[in-house]
Design a protein around this ligand. Structure first.
Ligand SMILES: [Zn+2]
Length: 283
């Protein structure tokens, strides 16, 4: 039975295999989807991103088309290299997306998917079933006050939620990934395992502020891995390891750049995402 974290893992695997690639084939056993594909074909579109929202999986195609699926109890996504034998019968196939680049093709096959529909950004926004994302940290209108208000509201509903998991929750704030999660917590001096009810408004403000600044800087940097949060003496202007640019991320067992204490790592939450922190700077 697919739980939220299974959908999350499926979305991540789909993103890795077909994200950014051009659709070379589309098949479906669902009449509603077939009709949309006839009118506005999927072939030739780019898979812009794949994301999970609760138990929903969303596949975004260029040209404002979003395939939204819900697995209920029975459905699953499989990934195959083109030509590889499927592990389920063709009769259970509901959707096939073929996509590839010069490194090869993938077939993403949705079996037994009971709920599948196409949306545009607009119709998705109006849908009351699919959970909404929180405000995007990088969007034009985003303010620190909005971000803090969202976090505070979530904290009132979920007083025992751990702050690091809340930072990753895209329904609270959209945009923060696993690297920035640890870096933002370090910058704000907040221990990743603290419950929301213990987080002060001042700390929320600092985290949202730092998150926005880090992400904006990264966008300006222009490269996906151009993350720079640490700018100590050792920073040089070229050919740096990503790890050389970060305060704590992937630095477990090494000395904290600020105080020298050994940086720790723990796989946190049901999704077991790695969290890095300094036990002295983030008591
Ligand atoms: Zn430290």
């Amino acid at each position: 039975m697919p739980e939220g974290d299974a959908i999350y893992r499926a979305a991540r695997a789909l993103q890795k295999a077909i994200g950014g690639k051009v659709v070379t084939g589309f098949e479906t056993g669902l009449a509603k989807l077939a009709r949309v594909n006839d009118d506005t074909p999927l072939v030739g579109r780019v898979v812009e991103k794949v994301e999970s929202r609760g138990k929903w999986c969303l596949i975004f195609f260029s040209g404002d088309l979003i395939l939204v699926t819900h697995m209920l109890m029975s459905g699953s996504w499989h990934l195959y290299r083109t030509g590889e034998r499927w592990q389920m019968g063709r009769g259970r196939m509901r959707v096939v997306i073929r996509a590839g680049d010069e490194k090869g093709d993938w077939e993403a096959v949705g079996f037994n998917i009971p709920v599948a529909e196409f949306h545009t950004a607009r119709s998705l926004e109006r849908s009351s079933e699919v959970p909404k994302l929180g405000p995007d940290i990088l969007s034009e209108g985003f303010t620190i006050e909005d971000g803090v208000a969202r976090m505070a509201a979530y904290g009132r509903e979920n007083p025992d939620a751990e702050i690091a998991l809340v930072l990753l929750n895209q329904r609270v704030l959209a945009g923060l990934g696993n690297v920035y999660k640890s870096e933002v917590l370090f910058a704000a001096g907040v221990n990743p395992f603290r419950a929301m009810k213990t987080i002060m408004p001042r700390e929320m403000e600092m985290m949202v502020d730092v998150a926005q600044r880090y992400m904006k800087a990264n966008v300006v940097d222009g490269k996906g891995d151009g993350i720079v949060t640490y700018s100590g003496n050792r920073r040089t202007t070229h050919a740096m390891d990503r790890e050389e640019r970060l305060w704590v991320y992937r630095r477990q067992g090494r000395a904290c750049r600020r105080c020298g204490t050994t940086v720790m790592m723990w796989k946190q939450g049901v999704q077991a995402r790695s969290t890095y922190w300094c036990p002295s700077c983030q008591p």
